[in-house]
Write a protein that binds this ligand. Structure first.
Ligand SMILES: Nc1ncnc2c1ncn2[C@@H]1O[C@H](COP(=O)(O)OP(=O)(O)OP(=O)(O)O)[C@@H](O)[C@H]1O
Ligand SMILES: [Mg+2]
Length: 153
């Protein structure tokens, strides 16, 4: 477990960037938090850390978006907001997760929770004030555990 406080949007992005910089491909990150808590903002930072130049946009309407970063790493960003089942996206999601070149980031993962591997980095975001955010990072296995260990160095 790791706790992280950020005071504003740019600190959130910077923290995302430090996560992204540690990723090698094959990781799964689940973002948990209310509307406006900063899940997409954090993902924008992760993208920067992955060397992605494109502007990451919320995939709310398309469910997923894909970006290419450094070292042929792909970021697959999913958002299952208001979906009651993953449906056809489940195949795509399983392919993303199984691909060792892909970093998979999921917002609103509730609907696919039971299908996700245990070894994932879960980041829970609470919003104590308008601009501050409290993050709790937890890992389910070795790969996600290493991300937290390195972040704490
Ligand atoms: N510390 C902070 N970190 C992130 N966002 C912040 C922070 N302080 C204020 N904000 C604002 O909160 C909003 C976060 O929006 P964002 O789209 O990242 O949230 P989200 O969790 O992805 O929401 P949704 O569930 O709708 O996808 C932005 O408008 C941003 O400017
Ligand atoms: Mg979002």
């Amino acid at each position: 477990m790791m706790f992280k406080e950020v005071n504003n949007e740019s600190e959130m992005k910077a923290f995302g960037q430090s996560i992204g910089a540690l990723l090698k491909g094959g990781e799964l990150i689940e973002l948990i938090g209310d509307v406006g808590s900063g899940k997409t903002t954090l993902t924008k930072g992760i993208a920067v850390g992955l060397g992605i130049k494109d502007n990451v946009q919320s995939p709310s309407f398309t469910i997923n978006r894909s970006y290419e970063g450094r070292n042929h790493i792909i970021l697959d960003h999913y958002d299952f907001y208001r979906l009651d089942k993953a449906g056809i996206m489940n195949n795509e999601l399983q392919e993303s997760i199984a691909n060792s070149d892909v970093v998979t980031v999921i917002e609103w993962a509730g609907v696919v929770d039971e299908m996700l591997p245990i070894d994932r980095l879960s980041i829970q975001i609470a919003s104590p004030t308008e601009t501050s955010r409290s993050l709790v990072l937890s890992s389910g296995g070795f790969i996600s555990g290493q991300i937290i260990e390195r972040l704490m160095l």
